[in-house]
Design a protein around this ligand. Sequence first.
Ligand SMILES: CC(C)(COP(=O)(O)OP(=O)(O)OC[C@H]1O[C@@H](n2cnc3c(N)ncnc32)[C@H](O)[C@@H]1OP(=O)(O)O)[C@@H](O)C(=O)NCCC(=O)NCCS
Length: 174
Amino acid sequence: MAIHKTALIDENVVIGKHVTISSGCVIYPNCEFGDNVFIGHNTILQSNTIVGDNSYIGGLVNCEGDVTIGKFCGINAQCHLTKYMKIGNYTFFGPMICTVNDKDMNYRREGHGSNLQGPIIGDYVRIGALSLLMSGITIGDNATIGAMSLVLKNIPANSKVKGHPAYCYGLIDI
Ligand SMILES: CC(C)(COP(=O)(O)OP(=O)(O)OC[C@H]1O[C@@H](n2cnc3c(N)ncnc32)[C@H](O)[C@@H]1OP(=O)(O)O)[C@@H](O)C(=O)NCCC(=O)NCCS
């Protein structure tokens, strides 16, 4: 286990074997990290972030909490992981992917909180850099999303997707 002395880690965090937590990280209560998890510099993981065995989270990732990340995932630098999203196993996020959970943007207005829906991402999904995933969407297993895609609708399993807004332009050979 290699936990940098500048990392702020709540006492109610479960940390598996051989976990690295780099300098400047802030880890909120009730997070759980499986074995061999790596967390890069200055990443913030808010309460109830669950990270499965062998997953990698890059630097400067901001996770709003109540998020589940599966095993063998790669979440690259500067991703924003919105509250209530779920990421399956073996899924790859390129750098600077933004996810949102509040389509109506009613933060601090009447009704806020009742409509929040994080994106749900399947297993073996690959998402290119700088993409945006809209609230409430699902991305099926093994889909590939091109860089800078604007994903507004559900993506079926095995789809090849790109564009602004994103559209399916083929299927992965399996
Ligand atoms: C979409 C992607 C997966 C390639 O898919 P592909 O099926 O092999 O596509 P090609 O490279 O053969 O390009 C096919 C067409 O799509 C276009 N295209 C490629 N990537 C695109 C993208 N992200 N958005 C929009 N169009 C794209 C190409 O210009 C080409 O257009 P054309 O047929 O008019 O010439 C890839 O380009 C991509 O975006 N990868 C993500 C890379 C990334 O973010 N990596 C993170 C590493 S840390």
